[in-house]
Design a binder for this molecule. Sequence first.
Ligand SMILES: Cc1cc2nc3c(=O)[nH]c(=O)nc-3n(C[C@H](O)[C@H](O)[C@H](O)COP(=O)(O)OP(=O)(O)OC[C@H]3O[C@@H](n4cnc5c(N)ncnc54)[C@H](O)[C@@H]3O)c2cc1C
Length: 394
Amino acid sequence: MSPDVVVVGGGIIGCAVLHALARVLPRSTRLLLLERDAIAGATSGSSMGHLMVTPDTPEAYSFTRTSVRLWAELAERTDGERAFYYRPTGALYLADSAEDLDLLPVLNRQFLDRGDSCEVVDERRLREIEPGLADDVPGALYYPGDGVVLPMLACSAMLREAMQLNPNVEVRAECPVTGFDVGGGRVTAVRTARGVVPTAHVVNATGVWAPELAEMLGQPRLPIWPRAGNLAITAHHVSPIRTQLLEIAYLRFAHGAAEVDPSGAGSDLGGHAVNMQPQSHGGCLIGSTRQFRGMDRTLNRELLHRSLLRAQRYAPSLAAAPIVRTWVGLRPYAEDGVPLIGPWPHVEGLWIAAGHEGLGISLAPITGLLLAQQIAGVAPAIDPTPYLPARFAA
Ligand SMILES: Cc1cc2nc3c(=O)[nH]c(=O)nc-3n(C[C@H](O)[C@H](O)[C@H](O)COP(=O)(O)OP(=O)(O)OC[C@H]3O[C@@H](n4cnc5c(N)ncnc54)[C@H](O)[C@@H]3O)c2cc1C
């Protein structure tokens, strides 16, 4: 029997879409996920797992907060601490300059204006939360609502629950999509390396490859560009930290629309703001840099080195911690800094869930839910208008 919906892409977004479809649509709905390589083998397996609430606008807050709540609910239902290393660690934003210190009350006010709580911490409280920090960190803000997950395991947890909810869920890894059949303005089938799959609905959840998939459908390339990030991880049991830590300067440089040419055609020198994450094995994951340079995944040693020095500035004992692995992941950056979630207006039955840049792990559950609710034709959990891909359809 042919599937009712085919999700293409087995990263965190494709897994979250499949999961939400299994929750929202009737149990009799046939759902198929197709992944070219391994589940979580691309960006989602190369990322940090910070579940981040961003309060800068009411819209951004409701988008991220709802999603982080959905993560907590999944964890509650599925023994998340064991299943995907879910931990509600909170986040500590660290200041290191007068400019940074000015940002603390701004961020504090934003959280309070959204009806949430957070705390600008004094030296004593900072030490209480993170005894391993340098004693000359001039200021910090603690937000208790953030968490961390291990993204690869989180993909598995979503697929597992989808299969429990709906016996008609199927996942095919190592099954590249090679093309589509479109007739009368609507999708009729997906072509794969292992045969043709007739269907009426296709979800493009292929991250940095979403533009390629759009081209396969005879549509213009979507404005999504790879944005490289270098990461390093220490050996087990040496992490001096227990909270998700990030320089408050990260807020200035990470989210929203970039100021450089994302096509990689210009010469983006890249930037960094340190981000440190305690791992369940006692290691410390350290990032993160940003640079547009196409699909190039070679390590930028200089940028990474700068991140490591910043990490040591805040947590001096990291200088002695052995780095056991370094790697590069490619964030799917949408041209306006906002993900694409919803129908593509020029091909009936074609849906998009892509372009989440550095927040795809955080935003996966709300992305899946919004897309599933649109496919099901039920009221959305939050207003989906800002994320509709139609803004890029000429
Ligand atoms: C260094 C770094 C740190 C990050 N840290 C965080 C963080 O702390 N918190 C956070 O929220 N986010 C973070 N992110 C962002 C997050 O990782 C991404 O937004 C997210 O993983 C994107 O998921 P995706 O499913 O869209 O893409 P992917 O994980 O890349 O999945 C797309 C999948 O599509 C498959 N595919 C492509 N073409 C085809 C085809 N033709 N047929 C079949 N399958 C195909 C690919 O093989 C791939 O598996 C980070 C990213 C990086 C790089």
